[in-house]
Design a protein around this ligand. Structure first.
Ligand code: AMP
Ligand code: MG
Length: 351
């Protein structure tokens, strides 16, 4: 991490309200604004923005942006568990064929699912894409609560216990040579919400890096990927305060050439009476994780940052520290429900 007084812009980390702001600090000696930018609403049901801070021409930026658009559209379709697309075998197809037969899929999906298995092992099962049966029970209750808040409920304990029996990642059978995916347990299903956006963001970043760009920012629904730096200086990034009534960021930090992904209890939740239930489910309890209000992960690979943010949200800080000690180049900011902020040593905080 890098520390300087020069401010580029602020990145608001709330997934629902993610946006980039020009630095407001009039005393800053230098403020670089993006040379080009574009906003999309078509990927992963969220807002995405592409920014160039380099010296590429408008035509070069447009070419880069349309390359990213095509790539993210493809990943969006492949990872979708709710909708089908003509001529595409996606995760919905794979889920529908659980216990039936292997599904021939695009190599991109095979590579992604292999990565998800790796993620399971790196996180000791805390981020498990095979938890679809459990996650769908929570999803159902959240959706019901939207239309009838007065009858909001949490999933039935017996149903949850039964669903848990169908979350074994080893039942996800990938045949790389045949390019097929098969779920051996008919009651198991995949939900890649914890990893998909970050993984796709990293693929888009790698596409740009191969083209030789030096200064780009991708904000794909709050998954922030910074390529290079801002004219030789770091960017200034604001971490959303989980207490939404506060009007300042919980922390503002300096970053370059890294990703920043936050998992938070304020992103998607519903209430039953006075209790609030968010969308990140602890596999140890099958209930919304209770350790933190948010966990922000900084590491170069956006897929890893996404996978780790969910995993670290589902374990104590000391277990989280032991986990990231085994991985190079990861920094973390933990914020508890009561607002206590702790972080790893590599983070450069703005005073
Ligand atoms: P994130 O915001 O990256 O933490 O991802 C949250 C999303 O991942 C949820 O909306 C679920 O779709 C899914 N999810 C929740 N808990 C888990 C978990 N423990 N392992 C894998 N996926 C999860
Ligand atoms: Mg995640």
């Amino acid at each position: 991490m890098f520390k300087t007084r020069i401010c580029g812009f602020l990145v608001c980390m709330a997934v629902l309200f993610s946006s980039l702001f020009s630095c407001q600090n009039a005393s800053d000696s230098k403020t670089n604004s993006p040379s080009h930018q574009k906003t999309y609403y078509s990927f992963f049901d969220t807002e995405s923005r592409i920014y160039s801070y380099g010296n590429d021409t408008k035509a070069e930026f447009e070419a880069n942006a349309s390359g990213i658009e095509a790539l993210l559209t493809e990943y969006h379709r492949l990872m979708d568990i709710y909708f089908s697309y003509a001529g595409v075998n996606n995760l919905k197809t794979v889920n529908e064929n659980a216990g039936v037969e292997p599904v021939k899929v695009d190599k991109k999906l095979v590579d992604f699912l292999k990565y998800c298995k790796e993620v399971y092992s790196i996180t000791n099962g805390a981020t498990n894409i095979a938890m679809g049966s459990v996650l769908s029970l929570w999803h159902e209750c959240r959706e019901e609560a939207k239309s009838s808040p007065e009858s909001a409920r949490i999933p039935d304990a017996d149903e949850l216990a039964e669903a848990t029996k169908h979350t074994d990642i080893n039942d996800l059978i990938i045949d790389e040579e045949a390019c097929t995916v098969y779920i051996a347990d008919p009651k198991m299903s995949l939900d890649v919400g914890a990893v998909g956006k970050g993984y796709a963001t990293e693929r888009a970043a790698q596409m740009l890096i191969e083209k030789g760009v030096s200064s780009y920012v991708l904000n794909i629904g709050g998954n922030i990927r910074m390529i290079g730096d801002n004219g030789g200086e770091p960017w200034t990034v604001g971490i959303t305060n989980p207490d939404k009534t506060a009007d300042s960021f919980a922390k503002t930090v300096y970053v370059k050439n890294t990703s920043l992904v936050t998992s938070g209890n304020y992103e998607r939740f519903y209430t039953v009476g006075t209790e609030s239930y968010h969308h990140i489910i602890d596999p140890k309890t099958n209930m919304p994780s209770v350790y933190f209000a948010s966990v922000s992960v900084f590491t170069e690979d956006s897929g890893l940052a996404d996978a780790l943010s969910t995993a670290l949200f589902c374990m104590s800080e000391s277990d989280g520290r032991s986990l990231i000690d085994t991985i190079d180049g990861v920094d973390v900011i933990w914020i508890t429900q009561s607002g206590t902020v702790t972080m790893t040593d590599g983070i450069a905080v703005k005073d």
